[in-house]
Design a binder for this molecule. Structure first.
Ligand code: SF4
Length: 200
C-alpha cells in the first residue's frame, strides 16, 4: 500500500516513499514502470516535464532518452551540469505506456495527474526553488495555467515566488519546432533560463 505523508521534513524521506508509489495502479490505471526519481540533492532549479518515457522508466532516472539529449543541447549543459542544476520532476512519475493508437506515449489521464500532484507540491515546498522550467504543454498548463505553447515559450511567469519559464517538449513528436519563428522562441526562453541561473 502506498504511503504518502501530509508533510515531509526532507527530500530523502519523500523520495523513500515516492519510490514505492503505486497510487495510480491502486486506482486501476495501467503503468509500465515504477516511479522515476530525481537524482542527487542540492539542485537550485526545478524542471517539470510531462511523464517519463520508456528509457527513463527502465532506468528510473529522468531525461535519459533522446528527448533528454535534445533538452541538454538546447540548454547547452552536459549531463553532470544538467542533473546538478535541475531537480527533475514531472506531472506523473511512471512510464504510462503506449496509447491505443500505438504512436508515441500515452498522455496520463487527468485523474493520474491529480493523484501525482501532491508529490510535486511536497517537492516545491521542500526545495523552494527560485527558478522553475516547465517542459511541454501539459506541464505548463498544470503548473502555470498556461494554455498556449506558442504564447508561453519565450515568456516569463511567476509561481509562488519563483520565476517560471516554459519550454516546449523536445521529443520531436510535434511539428511545432519545424517553424523557424518557434525555434527563435526556444532560443529566447533558453536565454531567459541562463539569465536566471546566473542569479541563483
Ligand atoms: S504516476 Fe505518480 S501517483 Fe501515479 S503511481 Fe506513479 S508516482 Fe504514484
Amino acid at each position: 500500500m502506498t504511503r504518502r505523508r501530509a508533510s515531509y521534513r526532507s527530500l530523502d524521506s519523500l523520495k523513500r516513499d515516492q519510490r514505492l508509489c503505486r497510487l495510480c495502479v491502486e486506482a486501476g490505471y495501467q503503468l509500465e514502470s515504477w516511479p522515476v526519481i530525481a537524482a542527487g540533492n542540492g539542485q537550485r532549479a526545478f524542471l517539470y516535464g510531462q511523464a517519463p518515457g520508456i528509457v527513463e522508466g527502465g532506468e528510473r532516472r529522468p531525461w535519459r532518452g533522446r528527448a533528454g539529449k535534445t533538452l541538454r543541447r538546447w540548454l547547452d549543459l552536459d549531463e553532470d551540469a544538467f542533473y546538478a542544476t535541475f531537480y527533475c520532476a514531472s506531472v506523473t512519475r511512471c512510464y504510462p505506456g503506449r496509447p491505443a493508437s500505438g504512436r508515441g506515449d500515452r498522455t496520463p489521464t487527468t485523474e493520474e495527474q491529480r493523484l501525482c500532484e501532491p508529490w510535486r507540491d511536497h517537492e516545491l515546498s521542500l526545495l523552494r526553488p527560485r527558478l522553475i522550467v516547465t517542459v511541454g504543454g501539459l506541464a505548463a498548463r498544470r503548473l502555470l495555467g498556461v494554455t498556449s505553447v506558442t504564447e508561453s515559450v519565450g515568456a516569463r511567469y511567476e509561481h509562488d515566488g519563483a520565476v517560471a519559464i516554459p519550454l516546449p517538449h523536445p521529443s520531436g513528436a510535434s511539428s511545432w519546432l519545424n517553424h523557424a519563428e518557434n525555434r527563435e522562441r526556444v532560443a529566447g526562453a533558453v536565454a531567459l533560463i541562463h539569465a536566471e541561473l546566473a542569479l541563483l
